[in-house]
Design a protein around this ligand. Sequence first.
Ligand code: 5GP
Ligand code: ZN
Length: 119
Amino acid sequence: MAGEPQSDCLFCKIVSGEIPATIVRESETTVAFRDINPQAPTHVLVIPKVHYPDAATLAAAEPQIAADVLREAGAVAADEKVVDSGYRIILNTGSGAGQTVFHAHAHVLGGRGLQWPPG
Ligand code: 5GP
Ligand code: ZN
């Protein structure tokens, strides 16, 4: 059922603690942890505790939790002191756009120059 934990989902296992992660923030509805393969000095993933395959399906079903993810992404940027230098919140959606984990997540990238448009 949508929103329920998926037994084969890596990020559901991080939410449950079955797989360890370096958690930097947690709220009632979200967890933020460092990406295992960082692409910038700050590279944190913010995920909802509930399982949806991507950000848009999360927002359609649970708009408040989608807003929580964005708020927490901003809080991570503040914690990491990258607000003044600029940072990027990325929502890869679909394998053609580089999505590899099909549990909604926002990347927070900062701490270096970021090109536009991204590749
Ligand atoms: P996507 O490519 O789906 O947008 O992002 C998935 C991200 O999850 C990738 O940046 C990848 O490095 C990260 N990732 C994959 N497996 C793990 C893991 O076991 N732990 C952590 N912390 N990050 C992971
Ligand atoms: Zn999941």
